[in-house]
Design a binder for this molecule. Structure first.
Ligand SMILES: *[C@@H]1O[C@H](CO)[C@@H](O)[C@H](O)[C@H]1NC(C)=O
Length: 238
């Protein structure tokens, strides 16, 4: 099998354990190796948008305004080969920028005061009508995936130039956010694998394995109905 995730330090000889030096990974290697993860996450989301019939699934314990749609799960097949470029991934174009903008149309949702109370939220981000502004995990993940995508094209998106939103630190943050989110809500799809070539020395995943997904179309419609504008936040000047 090929080792796709190269280690910074390989074991000297015959030793089983490998020690990592934290904080000195090569940024490009990290981003490029996680690029395929980003592609998979993105295609997962686009598959959500083309979802069909539902059945019972997720039972949340914490309060969520998404109870009805989130319980509806759908079976989807990822179309084609996820290594292909998509509406979201590939060399920067204005149509890709627009596709990302549509995916990120809603950034944050409002909760009624009684909903916020169920989660014991602080009243930091109150809106003018007394609702509370919050951000959704998937929205933050999308921000991070788009950020990492853009960081692959610093010549277009001005990343890595030293100011806050371009910093290496922000990319590390995004990788850590996606790592945690992946472990928080692990994708349990049983993905078929097959040999990539005749030598049988490398495996690849079957892109169109059937998978069960939450109904992101329904989730996004609920989010759309609860979106707020920046000018509604009480501390922001209209
Ligand atoms: C590779 O795997 C296939 C399927 O298991 C098998 O038929 C074939 O003989 C293998 N080839 C080599 C070179 O091991």
């Amino acid at each position: 099998m090929d080792v796709q995730e190269k280690l910074l330090f390989l074991p000297k000889s015959g030793k089983e354990t490998v020690s990592f030096s934290t904080g000195s990974c090569n940024f490009i290697v990290v981003v490029v190796s996680t690029f395929s993860v980003a592609i998979h996450v993105l295609l997962f989301l686009t598959a959500f948008l083309r979802s069909g019939k539902g059945c019972q699934g997720y039972q949340p314990m914490l309060y969520t305004p998404f109870q009805a749609p989130i319980r509806k799960t759908v079976q989807v097949w990822w179309p084609g080969d996820a290594w292909d470029s998509s509406d979201y991934i590939g060399p920067p174009t204005s149509s890709r920028d627009e596709a990302w903008d549509r995916l990120q149309q809603v950034q944050g949702i409002r909760l009624k005061p009684d909903e916020a109370a169920k989660l014991s939220l602080s009243k930091e981000m109150l809106l003018k009508n007394g609702d509370q502004g919050v951000f959704l995990g998937y929205q933050h993940n999308l921000h991070c995936i788009r950020y990492l995508y853009q960081s692959l094209h610093p010549e277009v998106y001005g990343r890595m130039s030293g100011h806050d939103h371009a910093a290496l630190e922000h990319s590390y943050h995004c990788l850590e956010v996606l790592r945690r989110s992946t472990l928080c809500q692990p994708d349990l799809t049983l993905t078929e694998i097959f040999w990539k070539n005749d030598k049988n020395d490398s495996v690849t995943l079957k892109a169109d394995s059937p998978r069960e997904c939450l109904d992101i179309g329904a989730i996004m419609r609920v989010a759309e109905g609860r979106k707020y504008s920046r000018s509604e936040v009480t501390s922001v000047q209209a």
